[in-house]
Ligand binder design. Structure first.
Ligand SMILES: *[C@@H]1O[C@H](CO)[C@@H](O)[C@H](O)[C@H]1NC(C)=O
Ligand SMILES: *[C@@H]1O[C@H](CO)[C@@H](O)[C@H](O)[C@H]1NC(C)=O
Ligand SMILES: *[C@@H]1O[C@H](CO)[C@@H](O)[C@H](O)[C@H]1NC(C)=O
Ligand SMILES: *[C@@H]1O[C@H](CO)[C@@H](O)[C@H](O)[C@H]1NC(C)=O
Ligand SMILES: *[C@@H]1O[C@H](CO)[C@@H](O)[C@H](O)[C@H]1NC(C)=O
Length: 921
């Protein structure tokens, strides 16, 4: 773990050296050039020493890891590294001031300086001390720390080198791997589909690592559409009944039923009643994942067990007592894989490229030994297999892994058997992945990670290494993929064109990571009733899960805090920001989603080290002018807050990569102006590092500068008028990487005149009338985007001509959405059209009477949703051709239409959902 700390400091010093070199020659610093050169020299020596230490740690044989002297030494190294990090941050602050005209450069003793701010001289002398400490530490190590060595010195840079092989792994792990045996799936499906009218409780029982959750998830995905409503809820060991109920309510109502508006204010009894009353009428399917105590189930059963319509409750658990709650005959016990199945799975993971995944003869004995240590646990087998996949297929290599695994299992009694196996995967991670992995474990159990957001956080934390041709975001996505390949993160969801979207950390793996944190005393876990957060011992990172008491006290002692993420939206408001500005001026990541914060103090401008500021869904209305001083800021997230204007100085944040400032007015995106953005007038073009800009209100001036944002990948622009369009298109085509674009007109009558768009667009939404010919057969716009476009939404376009024939050339579309897009009476889907389409949504087309689907069109369709098609009087013709759909919905229909649906022979045997139109007059 110490290696992750070292790596971060090494990287920071690298940046500092580069900045310093630039300043040595600048006139501003001419008076201080001697000090500066001296400091640069010390920093250079420190970073060299740290690099050597880092490499030594990486090569360290696993067997040194229980050695007390060694660990004590590591502790010291880490302390010194942390002090160095503080000094480097101070240094950044000093050189950063140069840009700030109002503030003087605190180099001379004569100037007044803020309390606790260090001068260049002080930093230089402190770094000298650090240099001495490091030299001393190197000597002590040689003298006192005995090293176990494999006697295998040829393999010196072993673990570091090996990490490069990972570039070669591309195949992602198969969720199905963990499921093991098909007959379990079959049995579950049979129980779920049974004719039994009473609500049955099905339990899925087995130890951790057998793949209970994966099995349940597979079945859930397949079967849920056969129920009127469904929900998946994870019950952690520290669950609260209120949260669980709230969660069930939110999920069960999602998209289909009107959520009771006041649930946030309800007490437990009220929540229970609401849920009970709702579920009584429904055939529902609810999964409670990972229930630890029978009481947890008893608590919930009052609200859940009341339907007589064939509802099902599926519970996964490691506890026998819980499993016994099953309805008679409905308990399924998962067993470890038998020897032959375990062997097959192991070979599949370790030898993916060999014919039939055959294990080479010379590796067989060792392989058998390794497999037997996994005791038939799929999670363990997959972990070990993935580890071996990237190694040389030699006996020496495999023996080494096998020996280390033996050592872990026998000599590391603190971790359980399976965690020892997983521990090995951790040890073999390259340092940069270790940081990323451990970071994820700071989040609560079952936390759902969003790809883009996690990537932004990692970058802000400084975990990501530059690579010449890739952006940091791309490199970070590569890391994510590596963690998924190594089974340390699990992929939960892909988008319609196959990109990874959501992740989770397996609970056992998270426990392992938390164990590691504890073992190396890196963090303090606050007791649950105080603050369910993690805080490293020296107070660098704090993720608050759930807060019952005021943590004011805890914060007041936190000086070196670098990361503060608060996940508890119900945290009572207190003067957090002034406190932080005062006490934690090195803070780098500040994520305060959904907190009831209204005011941002001026002092925030003093948090010079800030790289990520997340104020999404807070009550903030205004940002202070001082925000412009945050010159290192990479992400500013104001989405969903009450901010309508950003300070003009925002254009001084030259490093800004992601800006979210947008308010949602209609969560279903049916209104023309369903979102609103902000204006940035002068200087927008200076934000040349921007990749994400959500949402810009178009204005003459900003449009002219927009074209300078060549790195934009994701842009939403609203309030567009016809007269802006020429300039807009000219700007857009200068953005070679733009892959996501939303363009919204200023009102219903304004025409969007778009004749060309950049060729790499993957997702496009156009809100507003489209000029004549925009989507004609030979439209240059369609030609430009046809290769890469995956997702298209046309809203309020009011097209008079049938858009489908021209759109049908977009062969790569996976999602198509119309909202008030077309004023005609008929849509026909012809054979061969939209071969990759997975989702089709047709909403609010008041004149549409008929839909015809020819056999052989939309062959891969999974979701078809028709909503508020008020003139439609017939069930779409040919709907039977697109079976089997995963999701078919008819929303806001009339009683008459419902009758038609029930009578339609094409729908016989198909599952579908509907809602009736509510007369709003
Ligand atoms: C990836 O594999 C190919 C062939 O299998 C090999 O030539 C290449 O050197 C490998 N790359 C790395 C970084 O190991
Ligand atoms: C466990 O540790 C002891 C003492 O360090 C050592 O003698 C023994 O060989 C180790 N066991 C294994 C399996 O490595
Ligand atoms: C934008 O950059 C230009 C040239 O670098 C500079 O002259 C101008 O002052 C900058 N504008 C703002 C608002 O920072
Ligand atoms: C669809 O995508 C593939 C692969 O990205 C590409 O080769 C093909 O040309 C695209 N189809 C069209 C119609 O452009
Ligand atoms: C549904 O369609 C009707 C026109 O047929 C329209 O008046 C109404 O606003 C639509 N509903 C919504 C929520 O847009």
């Amino acid at each position: 773990m110490a290696e992750t700390v070292l790596l971060l400091v090494i990287k920071k010093i690298g940046v500092a050296l580069a900045i310093g070199a630039a300043h040595e020659t600048s006139a501003l610093f001419s008076k201080f050039s001697t000090q500066l050169i001296e400091l640069q020299g010390s920093m250079g020596r420190v970073v060299r020493e740290l690099r050597v230490m880092h490499d030594v740690l990486c090569q360290m044989d696993i067997r040194n890891r229980n050695n007390q002297v060694y660990e004590g030494w590591l502790d010291e190294v880490q302390k010194v590294a942390h002090v160095m990090e503080d000094m480097v941050d101070e240094y950044f602050y000093l050189v950063g001031q140069e840009h700030d005209a109002g503030c003087c450069f605190y180099l001379n003793k004569g100037f007044r300086k803020p309390r606790s701010l260090l001068s260049l001289n002080q930093i230089a002398s402190k770094v000298k001390e650090i240099e001495k400490d490091l030299t001393h530490l190197s000597e002590t190590k040689n003298r006192w720390v005995p090293m176990i060595n494999n006697g295998d010195t040829s393999n010196s840079n072993y673990i570091v080198k090996r990490s490069q092989d990972l570039a070669n792994i591309s195949r992602s792990l198969d969720e199905e791997d963990l499921v093991g045996v098909d007959k379990n799936t079959e049995k579950l499906e049979q129980w779920l589909g049974g004719k039994d009218g009473e609500c049955s409780v099905i339990t899925l029982y087995g130890m951790g690592g057998l793949g209970k959750t994966v099995l349940a998830a597979n079945v859930y995905r397949k079967e849920r559409e056969n129920f009127q409503c469904h929900a998946w809820v994870s019950i952690s060991q520290t669950y609260s009944r209120e949260d669980v109920l709230m969660n069930i309510i939110k999920k069960i109502f999602k998209n289909k039923f009107e959520v009771p508006s006041n649930i946030a204010a309800m007490d437990i009894t009220c929540l229970e009643d609401t849920l009970k009353r709702f579920l009584e009428q429904k055939k529902y399917f609810i999964v409670l994942d990972d229930v630890w105590t029978p009481e947890a189930f008893d608590d919930l059963s009052r609200a859940l067990l009341c339907s007589h319509k064939g509802s099902r409750l599926l519970i996964t658990t490691r506890e026998c007592d819980v499993a016994a709650l099953a309805s008679p005959g409905h308990m399924l016990t998962l067993e470890a894989l038998p020897e032959d199945k375990a062997w097959d799975l192991f070979c599949k993971k370790s030898f993916p490229r060999e014919a039939n995944n055959e294990c080479s003869e010379h590796l067989k004995p060792l392989s058998k030994e390794l497999v037997s240590k996994c005791r038939g646990l799929p999670l363990a087998i997959v972990s070990v297999g993935s580890l071996l996949r990237v190694r040389e297929k030699t006996v020496e290599e495999w023996r080494r892994v096998n020996d280390q695994l033996s050592w872990e299992i026998i000599n590391n009694s603190r971790l359980g058997h399976i965690r020892n196996i997983l521990h090995l995967s951790f040890i073999y991670l390259p340092t940069y992945l270790k940081s990323c992995f451990l970071y994820c474990s700071l989040f609560p159990e079952d936390y759902l990670f969003h790809r883009k957001k996690l990537v932004r956080l990692w970058i802000a934390e400084g975990f990501i290494n530059e690579k010449s041709t890739s952006t940091l975001e791309e490199v970070a996505e590569g890391y994510l993929k590596e963690l998924v390949n190594r089974n340390l993160l699990q992929l939960v969801l892909r988008n319609s064109f196959g990109r990874m979207k959501r992740f989770r950390m397996h609970d056992i793996i998270r426990e392992l990571a938390v164990d590691l944190y504890k073992k190396y005393h890196f963090c303090v876990k606050y007791e649950e009733d105080e603050c369910g957060g993690f805080l490293e011992r020296d107070g660098r990172k704090l993720v608050v899960h759930k807060l019952k008491k005021d943590i004011h006290q805890s914060f007041s002692s936190v000086h070196g805090l670098r990361t503060l993420i608060i996940l508890d939206r119900n945290m009572p408001p207190f003067n957090l920001l002034p406190l932080l500005s005062d006490k934690s001026r090195y803070i780098t990541v500040l994520e305060l989603i959904g907190l009831p914060i209204e005011k941002i103090p001026d002092a925030i401008g003093g948090l010079f080290n800030l790289r990520h500021l997340g104020l999404r869904d807070t009550k903030v209305k205004l940002l202070p002018k001082s925000i412009e001083k945050l010159s290192y800021l990479l992400t500013l997230d104001l989405a969903g807050s009450d901010i309508q204007v950003v300070p003009p100085g925002i254009v001084k944040m030259k490093n800004l990569r992601h800006l979210f400032a947008e308010k949602l007015n209609d969560q279903f995106f049916r209104a023309l102006l369903s979102t609103s953005g902000v204006c940035i007038t002068k200087g927008l073009g200076n934000l040349t590092n921007l990749q994400t800009l959500h949402t810009l209100n178009a204005q003459d001036e900003s449009l002219r500068e927009l074209g300078q944002l060549r790195r934009l990948r994701s842009l939403r622009i609203l309030n567009v008028k016809e007269i802006y369009c020429k300039q807009l298109c000219e700007s857009l085509v200068q953005m070679p990487f733009l892959s996501y674009l939303v363009v919204g007109a200023s009102d219903e009558n304004e025409v969007l005149l778009l004749n060309i768009l950049p060729p790499n667009l993957q997702k496009l939404r156009l809100n507003g009338r489209l000029a004549e010919g925009t989507l004609s057969g030979d439209s240059p716009l369609l030609q430009a985007v046809e290769k890469n476009l995956h997702s298209l939404s046309l809203c309020w376009s009011h097209l008079r001509d049938d858009p489908l024939p021209p759109l049908s050339r977009l062969n790569n579309l996976t999602q198509l959405r119309f909202h008030r897009a077309y004023n005609g009476d008929k849509l026909v889907f012809v054979m061969g059209w939209f071969p990759k389409l997975k989702k089709l949504y047709l909403w609010d087309l008041p004149t549409l009477e008929k839909i015809e689907i020819h056999q052989g069109s939309m062959k891969t369709l999974e979701t078809l949703v028709l909503g508020n098609l008020s003139s439609m009087t017939e069930v779409p013709h040919g709907i039977e051709f697109i079976k089997p759909l995963r999701h078919l919905g008819f929303y806001e229909i009339t009683h008459e239409f419902l009758t038609l649906l029930h009578r339609c022979p094409g729908l016989a045997g198909m599952q579908w959902r509907h809602t009736l139109r509510v007369d709003r007059s």
